[in-house]
Write a protein that binds this ligand. Structure first.
Ligand SMILES: [Zn+2]
Length: 235
């Protein structure tokens, strides 16, 4: 039995999946869009048991349901949380939070990051337009919350959503780091402007969530790249 487990672990290592022994050395960043309050509470209970792990929760797009479905279960202090918002979408419809709500979350200790101005794929824009999305969104959000905005998340976030020139624009605009949507963990060796995240979906039950948080899905984008020719997700 012991040998079978040992073989399984070396197979995991062989395929590049981080095993449980070195999870303390990595930063795990989760990315949420929508999730039921019940399931989110279960996820938070699992995270609370993972003492010693560096886990950051991120929430993309500034949807209003974050306030009702997820915010109440967040135990700030235990978890670091960042909300990535597209400046022009905030307050634009009932689907999104208002600026006042964003400012209140910022006051409550949630970090606010930029997700561009209009949630457009930056590689589909002329370079000066992409630069504007990156630089001006930072200023727009800072004016509203009265705090520096230090993190950026590439809209769509896959390998087809940023390149070295875009990463430079993020750096030049004064951000400290930038997140992709490519599945994986981060370490001291990671490029701070191409940080990886673990995508969490609305139907990720407790079993799948535990697998994801332990690196069990870090290979899926390698398969996607092989099968479909892209790395990361499409949204
Ligand atoms: Zn987004």
């Amino acid at each position: 039995m012991g040998n079978i487990l040992k073989d399984a672990f070396s197979a995991l290592n062989y395929t590049g999946i981080k095993t449980f022994s070195n999870l303390e050395k990595v930063q795990t960043v989760l990315v949420y869009h929508h999730l039921s309050p019940q399931l989110f509470r279960q996820h938070m209970e699992i995270i609370r048991l993972l003492r010693g792990r560096d886990i950051v929760l991120t929430f993309d797009d500034g949807h209003r349901d974050f306030l009702d479905d997820m915010f109440p279960a967040l135990a700030l202090g235990t978890q670091q949380a960042i909300i990535f918002i597209s400046a022009q979408l905030i307050g634009s419809s009932a689907e999104y939070m208002s600026w006042q709500q964003v400012a209140e979350l910022s006051d409550a200790g949630i970090r606010i990051g930029s997700h561009g101005i209009t949630h457009t794929n930056l590689l589909e824009l002329a370079p000066q337009e992409a630069f504007k999305q990156i630089r001006d969104s930072k200023k727009m959000i800072e004016d509203k919350i009265g705090r520096p905005v230090l993190s950026f998340a590439y809209p769509y976030g896959g390998k087809n959503a940023f390149n070295p020139a875009i990463k430079n624009m993020v750096k030049e605009s004064g951000y400290q780091n930038a997140y992709s949507n490519i599945m994986g963990f981060n370490s001291a060796a990671s490029d701070p402007f191409e940080l990886r995240r673990i995508r969490i979906y609305a139907d990720d039950n407790v079993f799948r969530f535990k697998l994801k948080v332990n690196g069990g899905y870090n290979w899926v984008d390698k398969i996607n790249a092989y099968k479909y020719g892209f790395l990361g997700c499409k949204n």
